[in-house]
Design a protein around this ligand. Sequence first.
Ligand SMILES: [Zn+2]
Length: 216
Amino acid sequence: MIQRATGLGEEVYQAIFARLMALRVPPGARITVDGLAREFNVSQTPVREALSRLESEGLVIKTHLVGYSAAPQISHRRFTELYELRLLLEPDAAAKAAATMTDTVLQELTEAAGMMSRAGGADERARYAQFAREDAAFHDKVLTVAGNEMIRETLAHQHTHFHIFRLMFHSRVTEEALGEHAAILDAFARRDPDEAARAMRAHIERSRDRLLPAFN
Ligand SMILES: [Zn+2]
């Protein structure tokens, strides 16, 4: 149920986002504005706004005369290419970030690292959607700190994390990734570029290996 309190548009967006990320709306499934509006008991306007925002994030597709549908699942080939790209760019970015780390930035990265998701409360699928967003923010922030805006934009435009997390729902994905993020933060805290690169590489490789079974 959507509460009619503050930020109705944002709540509608978050509700649809969570369904897409946790595969409650499977890849390729039709999404009707009317159906969602009735289900959430809101007008069509916030639903349309949410869907166009999700379209800009690559999570839904709008087809002329057909309407909206959930984006198809990333292909195995695209997945492999994406991880090759991440492994080329992100360990190096982590090393650069470690070399210029300040206490303020370290604090910001720690807050972005998704550790809050470990706390209970929301159901497991809601936590999964939440972690997908925090993971995206954490990796984006490391790239920001590393200081190459073109690299950051290149990865941001792939909406990497949203596509990866939609491959399958598994609580292990969140639990293990949190531990790996902690190792990266630890290297940042020690201002150790080599260790930061190693921890980031290990995290990305493990993330890839955790999700590979989705293609079997
Ligand atoms: Zn991560």
